[in-house]
Design a binder for this molecule. Structure first.
Ligand code: ADP
Ligand code: ADP
Ligand code: ZN
Length: 213
């Protein structure tokens, strides 16, 4: 099963992808994590991505599509995967459909996680991530057991440079302009399902599993 998680920055895509990937036995693929990993390694792709990410802009489609198609061609995605943060433009959505079609596969469901804008900014400003396994935490709504350390792997927690109020606002604008049109695209394809993302993490997960199954 190929599932897309659609939602604004801070909607809880990464958080839900972690839970759903375990429940459904599907690999979690996050474009943001792939770009951050490339940055940490200092590769050419990482350097290029950084120049866009730090401004809150999207990395160009050509680069992003090439990276993701390579990733989903790997063996651990052969039975499907959960795409978190991709596609984010109509061009990316069309390229993904074409590539899957040529493999005799297709997107099964697109889960839209709906969260009001003021809540998104609260979430982004309190977000901390594990440097080792990328698990997201929140200072108020989802704190780690030990301050500054990951529950799962004891890795160090850090705040993303693009989670400042200014860059987060820019990312929300980019989302409304470039990613929202995907709702129409996937509604027409009969693939869009919606979940109320403004509830406790476990409740969102339960509701998501109910609409996906
Ligand atoms: P969030 O979890 O807040 O939605 P991500 O970690 O998914 O953010 O993405 C962080 C940044 O990485 C984006 O602001 C953008 O610069 C880049 N990025 C991630 N996914 C894509 C994509 N599909 N297309 C273009 N750029 C992307
Ligand atoms: P996205 O990947 O869509 O940008 P994340 O999964 O990283 O979103 O979540 C953004 C922030 O909000 C994180 O700090 C996370 O711990 C927190 N969060 C996620 N889901 C919820 C929820 N249902 N209620 C409260 N806080 C949440
Ligand atoms: Zn960790």
């Amino acid at each position: 099963m190929y599932i897309i998680l659609l939602g604004a920055p801070g909607a809880g895509k990464g958080t839900q992808a972690e839970i759903l990937s375990k429940e459904l036995g599907l690999t979690h693929v996050s474009t943001g994590d792939l770009f951050r990993e490339a940055q940490a390694k200092g590769t050419e792709l990482g350097l290029l991505a950084k120049s866009y990410m730090e401004k809150g802009a999207l990395v160009p489609d050509e680069v992003t599509v090439r990276m993701i198609l390579e990733r989903i061609a790997a063996a651990d995605c052969a039975q499907g995967c959960i795409l978190d943060g991709f596609p984010r433009t109509l061009g990316q959505a069309r390229a993904l459909d074409e590539a899957l079609l040529s493999l005799g596969k297709q997107i099964d469901r697109v889960l839209y996680i709906k969260v009001p804008s003021d809540e998104l900014l609260r979430r982004l400003s309190g977000r901390w991530l594990c440097r080792k396994c990328q698990t997201p935490y929140h200072t108020i709504t989802n704190p780690p057991r030990v301050a500054g350390r990951c529950d799962r792997c004891d890795g160090e927690l850090y705040q993303r440079a693009d989670d400042t109020l200014e860059t987060a606002q820019k990312r929300l604008e980019v989302y409304f302009a470039q990613t929202m049109p995907l709702m129409g695209y996937y509604t027409e394809a009969g693939k869009l399902v919606e979940v109320d993302g403004n509830q406790a993490i476990q409740k969102v997960a339960e509701d998501s599993l109910a609409v996906l199954r």
